[in-house]
Ligand binder design. Structure first.
Ligand SMILES: O=C(O)c1ccccc1N[C@@H]1O[C@H](COP(=O)(O)O)[C@@H](O)[C@H]1O
Length: 207
């Protein structure tokens, strides 16, 4: 079994990017969603992305963004993966010619198999709890809603934190985990010790 990949999302400060890289994150997420307290503008994101060493992936998170805005971001920020967290359909996700993943907002009654089938081009399906504001709410969803043998790469998120991520990895065995609230001192402000503890929890569960 390969090791679980780890994305730390919602970074707004250089010291947090450095802390995530030092701790061993595989990917860093920038939120391009103005209502979010973790939103970064294009210039700030470009500065932060420039700090990344090779083989750490820069991910851009969008929520029902205008096409022109996404293209403006892509022209300036070297994003290797796009994360669509709103109501975007397959063609809206695919039109940028970049690898992308799609977030499913998990709650009782969601048909994840049908959801995944409606996004065949997604490199993976990210699972987040259904919250107001589309995501980043620090809320855990019921992991038993995930169908056994789900065939697409899964990125598990939603309320993960140092004290529950090992259990989450052992139970769900996702391809990757994604965290924002659980490693924060305040919204948009990461805590290096929590990032380190989170990554240790994942590695502990990887065995
Ligand atoms: O981080 C945000 O502000 C955000 C806003 C809108 C959509 C998604 C957002 N973040 C993503 O939500 C999940 C879960 O985050 P949390 O760990 O529960 O806070 C994660 O994938 C974030 O990247």
């Amino acid at each position: 079994m390969s090791r679980t990949r780890i994305k730390i999302c919602g970074l707004t400060r250089p010291e947090d990017v450095r802390a995530a890289v030092e701790a061993g994150a595989d990917a860093i997420g920038f939120v391009f969603y103005p209502p979010s307290p973790r939103h970064v503008d294009v210039e700030r994101a470009a500065e932060l992305a420039a700090l990344l060493p090779p083989f750490v992936t820069a991910v851009g998170l969008f929520v029902n963004a205008d096409e022109a805005y996404v293209r403006q971001v892509l022209a300036r920020v070297p994003l290797q993966l796009l994360q669509f967290h709103g109501d975007e359909d397959e063609s809206e996700c695919a039109r940028y010619g970049r690898p992308w993943i799609k977030a499913a907002r998990m709650r009782a009654g969601v048909d994840l198999v049908e959801f995944a089938a409606s996004h065949p081009g997604a490199r993976g399906i990210l699972l987040d709890a259904f919250v107001d504001g589309y995501g980043g709410g620090g809320k855990v969803f019921d992991w038993s809603l995930i169908p056994h043998g789900f065939a697409r790469p899964l990125v598990l998120s939603g309320g993960l934190a140092p004290d529950n991520v090992a259990e989450a990895v052992r139970r769900v065995r996702p391809w990757a985990v994604d965290v924002s609230s659980g490693v924060e001192a305040a919204k948009g402000i990461k805590d290096a010790r929590l990032i380190t503890a989170f990554i240790a929890g994942v590695r502990n569960a990887d065995g």
